[in-house]
Design a protein around this ligand. Structure first.
Ligand SMILES: *Cc1c(COP(=O)(O)O)cnc(C)c1O
Length: 396
């Protein structure tokens, strides 16, 4: 395959001024990242600071209800509450090895901004986060977290004032500041080498789960299921199984409310191919190629594009992609809380919901591994708002 491409998808469609810093990151990925010293330092950070390895947890009650065995890969137990810290620590360390003194990053709901700010503080790097002004208002507690972690938060008031515009602004800033600064991109999308770089830092998820599932069950899981926003937790959860044809891989997108004409974030299932943020991939766009606004009940899935490797894996048929409506996501969230005592992120609840809604897809006695990409504490306001006052008054 051509470097930076996944079949026809991927590539590096950026202004000329961004080519030098992207080349520099590519070179660091190929020469610094494989070094023993780098790998040992990263391993230590992941172990001592982030809390790896994360366990896989069997869900005994749900397994009984479903007729197959449900396992969860517990990325929710990591520092900052999600898989995003794997990538943030990896890129922050790489930036240090590259001699950079500052990280810049985009953030949507603020989760990647918080993870990047933690990594920067830990490694002694300056940190500036670009965030749509709409999101700055909606996600004030994450803005406070980032500020406490010594990051500067810049509201971006162009376009729809959300994630897409924050990425555009961060790429613009990087043109000016490339000598001293690394752009810590938040998901397995964007221009080459980011889809490959982020995959390298997230594949630890499947590297661990492969060993853990063998320990628990004596074999590989029959299926691995993960939610797909930009695609980083999913590609990390799938990576080590891509060459294992006996393992079914299922990615789950956000269908939004499910009404006709509603906004959604299902760029693979409902989108068309085009270029966004420097790569050729599947997008939500109109007939003129203008990006359509995306929507999801979970902020982390609210992105009108998707990583190019997922577009390729969909086309090749290796991975199946489905989508789930908001109401089913809330039901799955509640079901895991009540039966197993775990509050999942609404993003991860999409993967759970797909499994709950398609039990006939899994043979009796099979082992199904869901990547629990994050914890749901951040989503309490959305869930209680969705359930309404009856729920909040319960038990009085
Ligand atoms: C950000 C986020 C996602 C979506 O991002 P991906 O790059 O698709 O993984 C999923 N789950 C959680 C908990 C998140 O915070």
């Amino acid at each position: 395959m051509k470097k930076g491409y996944f079949g026809e998808f991927g590539g590096c469609f950026v202004p000329e001024l961004l080519i030098p810093p992207l080349r520099e990151v590519e070179e660091a990925m190929e020469t610094l990242l494989p070094k023993d010293a780098f790998q040992e330092e990263l391993q230590l950070l992941l172990h001592d600071f982030a809390g790896r390895p994360t366990p896989v947890t069997k869900c005994p009650k749900l397994s009984k209800e479903l007729g197959f065995t449900l396992w969860l890969k517990r990325e929710d137990l990591l520092h900052t509450g999600a898989h995003k810290i794997n990538n943030a620590l990896g890129q922050a360390l790489l930036a240090k090895y590259m001699g950079k003194r500052k990280l810049i990053a985009e953030t949507g709901a603020g989760q990647h901004g918080v993870a990047t700010a933690c990594a920067a503080a830990r490694l002694g790097l300056e940190c500036e986060i670009y965030m749509g002004s709409e999101d700055v208002e909606r996600q004030s507690s994450n803005v406070a977290r980032m500020r406490l972690l010594n990051a500067k938060v810049h509201p971006v008031s162009t376009g729809s004032r959300t994630l897409k515009d924050a990425i555009n602004e961060t790429l613009r800033v990087w043109i000016r500041e490339q000598a001293t600064t690394h752009y810590c991109f938040g998901t397995a999308a964007g221009p080459h080498p980011f889809p490959s770089l982020v995959k390298l830092f997230q594949r630890v998820i499947s590297r661990e789960s492969k060993v853990q599932m063998r320990e628990h069950t004596g074999s590989l899981p029959d299926a691995v299921v993960a939610c797909v926003g930009g695609g980083s937790n999913a590609i990390g959860a799938f990576a080590e199984y891509l060459d294992e044809p006996g393992v079914r891989l299922i990615g789950v997108e956000a269908a939004g409310s499910g009404e006709t004409g509603c906004f959604n974030s299902a760029s693979l299932t409902l989108g068309t191919p085009g270029v966004l943020h420097g790569n050729y991939t599947m997008l939500l766009q109109n007939a003129d190629g203008q990006i359509e606004p995306s929507h999801s009940i979970s902020a982390g899935l609210d992105y009108p594009g998707v990583g190019p490797e997922h577009a390729f894996l969909q086309k090749s048929g290796r991975v199946t992609y489905g989508m789930v409506k908001d109401a089913n996501v809330i039901a799955a969230f509640m079901r895991l809380c009540r039966t197993e005592g775990i509050l999942p992120a609404l993003e991860s609840s999409h993967a759970l919901a797909w499994v709950f809604d398609h039990p006939q897809e899994f043979a009796a006695g099979s082992n199904v591994l869901v990547n629990l990409s994050g914890r749901g504490d951040k989503d309490l306001g959305i869930v209680t708002g969705y359930l309404g006052s009856d729920f909040m008054g319960e038990g009085e």
